[in-house]
Design a protein around this ligand. Structure first.
Ligand SMILES: [Zn+2]
Ligand SMILES: [Zn+2]
Ligand SMILES: [Zn+2]
Length: 330
């Protein structure tokens, strides 16, 4: 059973999950992982460990299955997510409960920058279904859909797949976002995300892509070269309240943005993740769900690791200028 342990100096939570290191491909070098064939693929060939896995949901383009090595364990009978102290009441920990899904794209060879619109629509609708499902779980506090593209971005199985984490804690970054956005709302009476949308649309120097429902732009205080945020134009706190029109518009937006990043940076390793309101907070005026894209083309040095302050070597305005002019067929 993985454990959630709290760093009592910073307040941050970590998951200690040694079971996950049992994965056979865990210590394989990046190049070997890159060339897994269909006949040697856990998601294609139904080999172990996914041979007996249950497909919880399936469409023409994707299927959903539980992660065999979950970081958060789904246990419908266990609700308590309370933390407790161990080692003579010194350190704080929790059982790591919630859920951990894999959303597998059926086509082995379709990697993220080449997803078709139907793949995106099926994947986003699947995310939505699981957010709604986990909302009902007594142990769920937070749901986050993520994608790892490229071994430098944490992808360990070459076959394209997203993951959905349901956790019994609010992730560290989300706690910080909520703290600051709530303070901004108390002082200014407005949603900071809506204000950012308004500002970026006016300044026009960081916009990468725009359609009726979404704006994609590089980040003023970017942590990585080409860091890009995708905001829905309509204020909504929760991802699961996305409409079907918005799902289609988001699919078009992501085809374009990932296509641009692919062309500009020659298929860079990257992650994307969805930030939405914790399950424990009702719909708010201050928090606005969004999707963040983190290209992983630079590594952190000692200063970044030691200070948490990032030195980004590419200007966000220059990256936007570069991406904006690349045309992608939606
Ligand atoms: Zn495969
Ligand atoms: Zn807003
Ligand atoms: Zn965020």
């Amino acid at each position: 059973m993985p454990q959630l342990r709290q760093n009592i100096v910073t307040g941050d939570w970590v998951v200690i999950a040694p079971e996950r290191a049992k994965r056979p491909d865990d210590f394989v070098t990046a190049d070997t992982v890159k060339h897994q064939s269909r006949t040697n693929c856990v998601f294609c060939d139904s080999k172990e460990p996914y041979k007996t896995s249950i497909k919880k949901y399936e469409t023409k383009n994707i299927y959903l299955t539980p992660n065999k090595y979950p970081a958060f364990v789904e246990n419908l009978k266990k609700c308590s997510s309370r933390s407790y102290k161990i080692e003579n009441e010194f350190y704080r920990m929790r059982d790591s409960l919630g859920g951990h899904d894999v959303v597998v794209v059926k086509d082995h060879d379709k990697d993220l920058p080449r997803f078709t619109r139907p793949i995106w629509v099926d994947m986003l609708n699947c995310f939505k279904k699981r957010y709604v499902y986990f909302d009902e779980h007594c142990s769920n506090v937070y749901t986050m859909a993520i994608y790892n593209h490229g071994s430098q971005a944490g992808q360990s199985i070459e076959h394209p797949h997203a993951q959905i984490f349901s956790s019994n804690i609010i992730p560290n970054i989300i706690s910080r976002e909520i703290y600051h956005t709530e303070r901004f709302y108390e002082t200014n009476g407005e949603c900071i995300f809506c204000k950012i949308l308004e500002h970026e649309k006016k300044e026009k120097i960081r916009i990468v892509y725009e359609n009726k429902s979404f704006l994609a732009f590089t980040v003023f205080a970017a942590r990585f070269p080409f860091e890009t945020w995708v905001y829905p134009k309509i204020h909504r706190s929760r991802f699961e309240n996305i409409t079907s029109t918005e799902v289609h518009d988001l699919a078009n937006c992501l085809i374009s943005v990932f296509g641009k990043l692919d062309k500009a940076l020659n298929d860079p390793p990257l992650n994307f993740f969805i930030h939405s309101l914790p399950n424990t907070i009702v719909e708010t005026d201050y928090y606005h769900w969004h999707l963040e894209i983190a290209p992983r083309i630079t590594k952190y040095g000692g200063y970044e690791m030691g200070s948490g302050n990032i030195i980004d070597i590419v200007s966000p305005e220059k990256s936007a200028e570069y991406l904006k002019d690349i045309s992608i067929k939606e």
